[in-house]
Design a protein around this ligand. Structure first.
Ligand SMILES: Cc1ncc(COP(=O)(O)O)c(C=O)c1O
Length: 390
């Protein structure tokens, strides 16, 4: 029997701690970038073990600022994956550079380092791999590629908080930049927000200045009691700073990260067990290198050939049973805007195109109860057992 209430694909886990801290910020007289942003940056950097963490308004902004800080612009090429959110490619386009797609490894959905290498040219200024769903890319391969092409690596870590690669937390040692997202569906949230991480002091400083109009000093250092009002614009910057209102949420979310990750891991393990051998569901593969999956998404492929109906029908049937799903992602090269602008065809990136028609993200968030998880399992089994699926 279907559940009586709708289970969304994701819901942020927010408690009294976040509510209290946001209320204190509202009452404090200082709601934009200030001491809480600084505290959140410090805590985030310490958690990852990375020297510099810069709070920004979104990961989209963070990716853009990272590329600008590296000097990426018109005439440059940036290699990335077609299996990502539009933000990754848009951030490249905002700089005036040309995005160059390379196909994915169909087992993991991560950018294939070999394909990325073949896509590199003397104009390649940066490579932007995405740790898809929280599964770390083969960082050693990408670091080698960056070294021998001279391109910078900007890791899109939007999904990867809590993940690690060969014992190293993702984002600890970016070459030279990594960007996390705190959008409400992500492993921790600040409403909207992001964090740029780097071990390079100059790049960190550039991102910091670029996020606030290119000014030598942020507002906290101008208006606060100890600050001085004078400042100078030293480069063309943007308006991408994180607010203390956002950081107030982030500080408590970060404290809860281990608990969140533990619950995500439990839910993913239950799905793995329940769907092992399930006709109609194709699990993703796991790479041979040592890693910890960030468990941002649980997104198997729907075996449309075995079921005899398409992925969208599969999603609609789960919805009839009050189970929400999401689509991460329709491959970049299949969207009209990019298709028309770059002339990309479906078969240019066949692996991404194939999975794009089959992927489904099932509910996965820390506040799911065991009953919620079993409701998803039962609904998936029912949909896979429908008469036309036999
Ligand atoms: C892979 C990837 N990169 C970048 C972004 C952009 O993140 P934000 O929403 O914080 O701008 C997202 C957001 O969903 C994402 O999934």
């Amino acid at each position: 029997m279907s559940r009586s209430t709708f289970l969304p694909f994701s819901r942020p886990s927010l408690g009294e701690e976040e509510i209290r801290e946001v209320t204190e910020v509202l009452r404090s007289g200082w709601i934009t970038t200030g001491p809480r942003t600084a505290a959140f940056e410090k805590a985030f950097a310490a958690r990852l073990g990375v020297p510099y963490a810069l709070g920004v308004n979104s990961a989209t902004a963070g990716l853009h600022l990272s590329l600008v800080a590296l000097g990426v612009g018109p005439g440059d090429e940036v290699v990335t994956t077609p299996m990502t959110f539009a933000a990754t490619v848009n951030a490249i386009l905002f700089t005036g550079a040309t995005p160059v797609l390379a196909d994915i490894d169909p087992a993991t959905l991560n950018l294939d380092p070999g394909a990325a290498e073949r896509a590199c040219t003397p104009r390649t200024k940066a490579i932007v791999p995405v740790h898809f769903a929280g599964l770390p890319v083969d960082l050693d391969a990408f670091r080698d590629l960056a070294k021998h092409t001279g391109a910078a690596l900007v890791e899109d870590c939007a999904h990867a908080l809590g993940a690690s690669y060969k014992g190293e937390p993702v984002g600890q040692n970016p070459a030279p930049l990594g960007v996390f997202s705190f959008h409400p569906t992500k492993n921790i949230t600040t409403g909207e927000g992001g964090m740029v991480v780097t071990g390079d002091e100059d790049l960190g400083e550039r991102v910091s200045v670029l996020r606030q109009h290119g000014m030598s000093k942020g507002a906290w250092n101008r208006y606060a009691e100890a600050g001085t009002p004078q400042y100078e614009v030293i480069m063309l910057g943007f308006k991408d700073n994180m607010l203390d209102l956002q950081a107030a949420i982030g500080l408590h979310q970060l404290d809860k990260l281990d608990r969140f990750q533990g619950r995500r891991e439990e839910i993913a393990a239950r799905y793995d067990e329940a769907f092992r051998g399930q006709r109609g569901i194709l699990p993703l593969g796991s790479p041979s290198y040592e890693h910890v999956h960030g468990r941002h998404l649980y997104c198997p492929l729907v075996d449309v050939d075995a079921l005899g109906f398409d992925r969208d029908t599969f999603m609609a049937r789960l919805k009839e049973r009050n189970i929400g799903t999401a689509l991460h992602y329709k491959a970049v090269h299949l969207h009209r805007y990019y298709r028309e602008r770059f002339g990309w065809a479906r078969e240019d990136f066949p692996q991404a195109a194939r999975v794009s028609d089959r992927l489904v993200s099932l509910p996965l968030f820390p506040d799911m109860t065991d009953r919620d998880v079993e409701d998803v399992v039962e609904a998936v089994r029912e949909v896979c057992a429908a008469p036309e699926a036999r």
